[in-house]
Structure formats: C-alpha cells, structure tokens
Design a protein around this ligand. Sequence first.
Ligand SMILES: N[C@@H](CCC(=O)N[C@@H](CS)C(=O)NCC(=O)O)C(=O)O
Length: 293
Amino acid sequence: MLELYQFELSHFSEKVRFILDYKNLPYRKIEVTPGIGQLDLFRLSGQRQVPVLKDGDDLIAGSTAIAFYLEKKYPDPAILPINAQQRALTLMLEEWADASIALNGRTAMIGAFNQAPEFRKAFFPNQTPAALTKLVNDLPDAARNLGNLVASNLPNALKAVVGAVPGDVLSAGGAIAGFGSEAVAAAKADLAQNLEALSLMLSEKPYLIGDQPTLADFAVAGLSMYIKFPASPALDIPMGLKGQGVPGLADNPAYKTFFDWRDKLYLDYRKIDETRPPVNTPAEGVPQKISID
Ligand SMILES: N[C@@H](CCC(=O)N[C@@H](CS)C(=O)NCC(=O)O)C(=O)O
C-alpha cells in the first residue's frame, strides 16, 4: 500500500491527500512528529519536509513531484488535461497556489494566531492540560525564556504549521516571532485578491479549468487550508479549528462562492480515513462513554 509521510495539519500534505483520494488510491498515513520525526524523514528521503510518498521502492518528496508521479503511474482519472491550453493553465495555477496561496495563507493564519486568543486556543487538542493552554495564552511580556520553554510543548498541530521548532518560536509577548503586522497585512491583501479572482472564476463553473477537476483544483483547495480550516470530517484536526480561519477572509461573504466550491470538492472527492484513531479525544473533565461488552 502507498504510504504518505505527512502532518495532518499540512496544507501541502492536504493537496496530495486530495489527489490520492480523487484517484481512488488507498494509502496509509504516517504522521511525522514535527522536529524529532523530521530527522527520520531526512534519513529516509534526504530532506526534512512533508509530504513524502513511498510507493514500493519509489520515494518521492514534495507535493508537485508526487502529483506528477501519481499522474504517470496511475493515470486514471487524470488530473492533467490533454488539451494544451488547459494543461498550461493547470500547471500555472498549481504553481501559483504553491507559491502565493500557500505562503500567504501560512503568514495570515499565524497572524490570526498571534492576534486572536480564541483562535489560538483552538490549536490545542482537547486533551491538552488546561494549565498549559492558559500559560501560552497568558504569556507575560517579559517571559522570553519561559516562552521558549512553552514552545517546546506547543501542540504538534502548531509546530507543523510553524515549521522548525523551537528556539525563538515565541516572541516576548507570546506571539510567534517573525510574523509582524506589516507582513501579515500584506499577506492578507494578496489573499483577498486571490480569493476574489477565484470566486470570479468559479462563479459560473464547477471547476477551475474545464469540466473535470484537475491538479489546479486540488492544489488550490488543499493549499487554502490555513485561510479557513475545512469543516470536513476527512481532516483529523482539533475540532475547534474546523471552519475557523483568518478574520476578514474566512468570514467574508464576498468569498462565499470560493468556500462553497471548496466544501463541495471535499464532499465529492475527499475520503474519510477509517484506519486512524481520531486525535480529537474528549476534553478534560468531559465524561467519557465506556462500553462494556
Ligand atoms: N514545496 C514543498 C513544500 C513542503 C512544505 O512546506 N512542508 C511543510 C509542511 S506544510 C513542512 O514540512 N514544514 C516543516 C519544516 O519546514 O521543517 C511541497 O510542495 O511539498
């Protein structure tokens, strides 16, 4: 069976999961632990980022390389159109999604994490001790060292998004360092333009190019994950994150066409992984059902 080395909360991994599901390819997810697990990944693949696909003796790193590999080895159903113009547009949109949507989405989402306490809390799996969530949320201004200590305990969900951990992950104020308000505002402005373009493109047709889904659709849908976390049960992410996203974008009615389109793509093509135990265990203090046979 195919094996996907991934973070559940990685938008590049989501792009690949979409393609695997669309092509009806069963696969086993191998959740890489951010930080330590990436050392093993480096030994395996010569680089430390997810996604990496293992197919027998073949090992492919990077979402685009994986997409092209899958298209060659498992061509039906196709994600690259035959028609030259459509194929060109597909390749162009995929690259644009990888570069613009993915990077700006990450910056804008971390900006929201820094600025909105409720959104910040949603990153913690339900089983995270209340004391730790409180510590991160109430981090005092002069707590740089404490911040780094706490950073090493940040939920894997967040580490996956931030990348390499920790060192200087948290600034003195408890915000993720390196994501200043100007960078965040610029990222949000670029995303607003992208979302407007996508909503216009999708206002009269079901897919970005032609009348079948292509690599462009799966790249855009997957890589827009951080702008608004999909509510789909196909994604095993903390419950509190589902449907949440960057204020001003995720909740903006001007982009409803886009997010409705994405919801439908999830409904039609993403599959629920039945083999993996859910990460969303009940919250602390919530009574749990115990079944006795
Ligand atoms: N160009 C790569 C980008 C992959 C990437 O950025 N992966 C992120 C997760 S979404 C990662 O592994 N981050 C951890 C790190 O950089 O240490 C692709 O298309 O797959």
